[in-house]
Design a protein around this ligand. Sequence first.
Ligand code: XMP
Length: 558
Amino acid sequence: MLRMAAEKDEKSLRITASDDLEVSTYLEIAKEKGGEQPISEKAAEVDREAVAIIDFGSQYSMLIARRVRECRVYCELVPHDAPWQRVASLKPRGFIFSGGPASVYDTGAPLAPAYVYETRLPILGICYGTQVLAHQLGGKVVQGTRREYGHAILHQGDVESPIFADLPPAMPVWMSHGDQIVEMPPGFASLGYTENSPIAVMGNAHGLIGLQFHPEVAHTPQGKDILKNFLYHICGCSGNWTTGSFIADSVDRIRNQVGNGRVICALSGGVDSAVTAALIHRAIGDQLTCIFVNNGLLRREEAERTLNTFQRNMRMNIIYIDASERFLRRLEGVIDPEVKRRQVGEEFIAVFERAASELGRVDFLAQGTLYPDVIESTTPESRASAKIKTHHNVGGLPTKMTFSLIEPLRYLFKDEVREVGLAMGLSEEMVWRQPFPGPGLAIRIIGEVTKEKLEILRSADWIVMNEIKNAKLYHELWQSFAVLTDTKSVGVMGDYRTYGYLVAVRAVTSEDAMTADWARLPYDLLARISNRIVNEVPGVNRVVYDISSKPPSTIEWE
Ligand code: XMP
């Protein structure tokens, strides 16, 4: 018996993928102006080992993908209602069903499409995914008498299974479920149990396995070994997806896609556009032209360093445009942060378009879009937001020109992008650069942006950066920077009273910028930063440290 997936248009219960409202606002500009949408790249290579993760909306779905890739097997998350063609292009060697917030008996609960079972490939169910397996294949799932949440000890059953190869008879696992499987589908046996779940793991002889717990989270210490057993011993993968194979594949693919065409790429100085440009440059050399717009809102020496890396070291064709004055004029009298974003975004598009049109015929625009920005999710809202999330740091898509997009990092996570960057010879400094917002220092100056204030902020920011780097904390922090407030206060220097600016220092730790905690920087480091700023930066006589977390604050002050 096979119970079928819910109709496509029924409401799904997916938890929306992470997104950033302010970034989205900024990118709205590009959307409103109606840039090209990415052409779909062929995601599969003939000999690349891949699995498809059927996404039922778990908050951990992306984590499953990351764990699988850590096992050197390529994977993509696909919505539970994706058409067969979407999955077929991956040439999967198996499927993983993610967890999800629904209950299989809810009306409209997402179920797996029939083609998954028809392929007869191995399937690993996780939590809700296991209940989907049980439910669709003729077992019985009921609401548990109590919710099982948190640590549990999993004991292997009497039936041996490759899913437990080289693992101890008992191990800690992380549970988070309300429903319970009370009857397994025909042909399945229980492979493991916990105190509250007699069927914590089930499996059959054809490589269909269900785990009631979450192997992808850190609270299941042997979880990655379990995933690896599924991938290697049940799906028959060997782990051939490496940074080297990714680079080789991408270079081939870019060459095929571009042919004799010309590509432009907007460099921002950030890691994503840097790695994008490096990959494309390796594939097609001088057919690539990078455009680097200095908006006058960069940190000290940033423009020089970026130019140095790409022009001198990597010998790329770069058009450098110093548009500082234009941006500054556009920001005259602007105080509202959202208006600042909009002005910077629009000006960027105008400058970029002009530079690109002077190049004559251009066939492709390269962008450093990453996987978390494009992961297809199952709610209409997040589908819509996936579309507008394009290139954060350069400010939007050009509009009137007709070219296709090349997005070689479209299927990578940030840490994978860094690995690729290092493997391609980019410097540690470039690859580990902290995120920097597209509107740059404009949103770190409270109130109107002026040349004078930009100079003050650059000097203060330079000190923060140097001291953080000297203290070897730069990589540990998500971001660390100075903010120039619009508050002035009284101070005393020698025999004189001063009336100067208040600078705030902000340093945060974070995984993904959705939440952040203020960093507990050592007092002596804070003391050095403060001392240096008031002594070395004219016009500043007071420094404060921002001890607010996100939420309720944001990382940037504007
Ligand atoms: P917030 O301040 O919202 O920032 O906590 C979250 C992350 O996004 C960055 N950010 C931006 N990046 N354009 C960007 O490219 C923007 O307008 C923008 N606003 C915030 C911020 O630096 C942090 O990493």
